[in-house]
Design a protein around this ligand. Sequence first.
Ligand SMILES: Cc1cc2nc3c(=O)[nH]c(=O)nc-3n(C[C@H](O)[C@H](O)[C@H](O)COP(=O)(O)OP(=O)(O)OC[C@H]3O[C@@H](n4cnc5c(N)ncnc54)[C@H](O)[C@@H]3O)c2cc1C
Length: 521
Amino acid sequence: MTSAAYLSRGGQKVLLIEKTTECGGLVNSFTRDGFHFDAGVRALINAGIILPMLKELGIELEVVKSPVSLGIENKIIHIQNLDSLNEYRELLTKVYPESVNEIDEVLRSIRKIMKHMEVLYGIENPVFKDLKRDRAFVFRKLLPWLPKFIFTIGKINGMNMPVEEYLRTIVKNPSLRDIISQHFFKNTPAFFAMSYFSLYLDYFYPKGGVGKLSEVLKNKITECEGEIKTETKIIEVIAEKCLVKDQNNITYKYDNLIWAADLKTLYRITETEGLLPKIKTKFEDTKSKMLKNRGGDSVFSLFLEVDEPLESFRKIAHGHFFYTPSKQGLGETHREELNNLLSNFEITEREQILTWLDKFTRLNTYEISIPGLKGPELVPPGKTSIIISFLAEYDLFSKIQKAGWLEEFIPELENRVLSVISDSVYPMLKDKIIARFSFTPLSIEHRVGSSEGAITGWAFQKSMPVINKIQISDRSVLTPVPSIYQAGQWAYSPAGVPMSILTGKLAADRVLKRMKKFRKT
Ligand SMILES: Cc1cc2nc3c(=O)[nH]c(=O)nc-3n(C[C@H](O)[C@H](O)[C@H](O)COP(=O)(O)OP(=O)(O)OC[C@H]3O[C@@H](n4cnc5c(N)ncnc54)[C@H](O)[C@@H]3O)c2cc1C
């Protein structure tokens, strides 16, 4: 959508093709029985990208802060500002009094990284500025910032190891390690994981729901005469002829294609016959790298319509809440124990999986979102909508589906999550649920076509199939075929909403440059 907005504003003839009924993918909201829910990301992080993009496109989006609370067992803190780090220390030392020195070491690391984050996101991303005209920005902000940025890049690259490995070097207590890291994606680079506290301070929420961001971008595209075609799934790319084909065998001719969806799909469905041998070989090499890698972690989300006023929940925590009901930590539950179950799935009894599920739901960390606490108009008077989510392994759901008992597994999981949450932080949930439903990793895969139901692109592995260094991020949008660009969460790692937007803009810039060159020749 970012690419389409910039290109249509730049005077290009743009067709945005979307397979579902509406644009926005994982930035999406919906209403059911008068209750508002966010289907994908629950709140946004500016990261020096989202707000500058909106400003540059002249888009108005009303936003409110989305403050975060953190809780372990019956201790909850509300994060307001930098001073809340002291409260966080107090929380951890109350829960793990035997690990005070290790907690202080973690805090030191967080503070150090926060300083680097201030530099990294300290100015509006230059990609969204007109550097030729905005001299004040160049001289007063960009040039003084560059040396600090280069220094910070060194620090980021120096902390590229997986967060689990990094924490083992400073924390011996395995439960403390888990409590800090079990809600991060597996093997998240330490720098990004340990910046979590900075991110908690940065969350904002569009008035009316996260999906408003997609809505205002869509309006911009149509205002600039870009065309949007929904319920149209691209099933083939014929690179040599510059054609894409949809599910009804209708073809569309392009000068430039920006593929802003799952990259394994792009490489699987692209016909390279007729391309120059050099390009074809490079394409095949890249394809094999892409197909060898996996999508990163997925999530399970439970959506609840609750007959209880917002006030009851407001007294306990903010509308964006990371809550761990047990200080014990998951340990190997979601790693070795789950891997063993999955590797021996054919000989594993259902009961064994359900016993594992008991432990997994009891020890996990939950991201709880209550949209009404960010805008009371989002729920019927006296009622509350709640989204409870946690990282979930795609293969578990996929194997259970193949074994034919997914329909029974989902309520088993929902019941356990509900009993863990109502026995701990929200006892009033017990008899007040009007309706409930959930999305699994399979729902995400089905809806947005994301490999392994991934929500932020590639799994973190030693060898990544896309660019993962910020200083060369401008190359992330290139593919071996000159007229095809890539953007979105699969084009760069690590990714999320800001990086998806940034790559969208970078791809649009490349296309505008290419078209200018064509016009000249
Ligand atoms: C529960 C949850 C929490 C999250 N939390 C955060 C967070 O805190 N911070 C953060 O930065 N990010 C977060 N994310 C991730 C973030 O939402 C995504 O990384 C980002 O929205 C990806 O955007 P995208 O446009 O690259 O891809 P997508 O949102 O996947 O969009 C791709 C679009 O392409 C369409 N499409 C796919 N295949 C085809 C095809 N063949 N033909 C036509 N159309 C097709 C899809 O339908 C979809 O609309 C979260 C996601 C979830 C689900």
